[in-house]
Write a protein that binds this ligand. Structure first.
Ligand SMILES: [Zn+2]
Length: 322
């Protein structure tokens, strides 16, 4: 028996080709299954837990979360330190700077008011650390508003400080009569026994006794607001409005040489000492008013000026320009 030579001819449409194709398809299925198993395993590792071991993704997120928490806590600590520093500035502002310039303190409710609605923090709801995030954001907002208010306060102080040089010219600090041997401070401000009535009454000014005709000078810059002549009371009276809440009154004048509406500089002569009105002798009744209330003129006087210096600061009536 002779061996039969078998020749395989490639025939894609033939049975043999189909057999080979089936063989290859089987291997593809196995590889696909293996890849599928690997992908599924990776999926489990990344998204869930296999035998309660945390996935890689979870571990990464956990570490990131821990770092973020540390950062938030650090910001919180820095905010607390900055808040303390701001508090010192606010305290100095209220207790030192503002009082120097006669400004009222800013009350706590003004300093902490109006940093916005709580609803702005709703955006943090649903976060794992919502409370901490809300608190941190709120503290930052409060700080921002307090710092802004503090800057406004400094702006106000700056404005007042710019005016302070002007302001001092309007504060009644010049004694209205030249200090010297000829004058005497006879009746101080406050309660006293009235020299004519004999009863205890409030004396709303300071009396300065001196020879009739002694010049009387304006205590500060201002505008003459009134010139009156009474038979009783303070007799011939000149009132000056200095602005910034200050006014002065000069009573019992022998004569007045100014008119209502006239602009006055500190040291301008406004009249002379007399005893018009209800007076026991020639003297000046001098009042200082602050925000319409009489205050003690003595506290405003510059008592360091010598008579010689004083005469360089004043302008006699005949030298006044219109
Ligand atoms: Zn008096």
């Amino acid at each position: 028996m002779s061996a039969e030579k078998i020749t395989y001819i490639h025939n894609p449409e033939g049975d043999n080709a189909v057999g080979r194709q089936s063989e290859w398809a089987g291997r593809d299925v196995l590889i696909s299954l293996a890849v599928g198993v690997v992908i599924f395993g990776l999926y489990l590792l990344l998204n869930g837990s296999v035998f309660s071991v945390p996935s890689i993704r979870q571990a990464v997120l956990k570490r990131q979360n821990a770092r973020l928490m540390e950062k938030i806590e650090y910001i919180g600590q820095r905010t607390a330190i900055q808040s303390e520093r701001l508090e010192e500035l606010e305290m100095r502002d209220n207790k030192v700077y503002r009082p120097i310039f006669g400004m009222d303190e800013l009350p706590p409710e003004v300093r902490s008011a109006g940093y916005g609605s709580e609803s702005r923090y709703d955006v943090f709801q649903g976060f794992p650390n919502a409370r901490l995030l809300t608190e941190s954001a709120r503290n930052q907002d409060v700080m921002e508003m307090r710092a802004y208010l503090q800057s406004l306060s400094y702006d106000d102080i700056e404005k007042v400080a710019m005016k302070i040089e002007d302001m001092t010219r309007f504060i009644p600090s010049l004694i209205p009569v030249c200090p010297g041997r000829e004058i005497t401070f006879t009746s101080p401000f406050g309660y006293r026994i009235h020299p004519i009535m004999g009863n205890v009454i409030f004396h709303s000014g300071t009396d300065i006794a001196g020879p009739r005709g002694t010049p009387v000078y304006a205590a500060a810059d201002g505008v003459v607001s009134d010139v009156k002549s009474n038979y009783h009371g303070y007799g011939n009276v000149v009132d000056i409005d200095h602005g910034f809440g200050y006014a002065t009154r000069y009573g019992h004048l022998n004569s007045a040489n100014v008119e209502p509406g006239q602009k006055i500089h500190r040291g301008d002569q406004i009249g002379t000492i007399g005893s018009t009105g209800r007076a026991t002798g020639p003297h000046l009744h001098y009042e200082v008013l602050y925000n319409t209330l009489q205050v003690n003129p003595w506290n405003y006087f510059d008592k360091t000026i010598s008579p010689k210096e004083y005469m360089t600061l004043v302008t006699p009536a005949d030298k006044l320009k219109d």
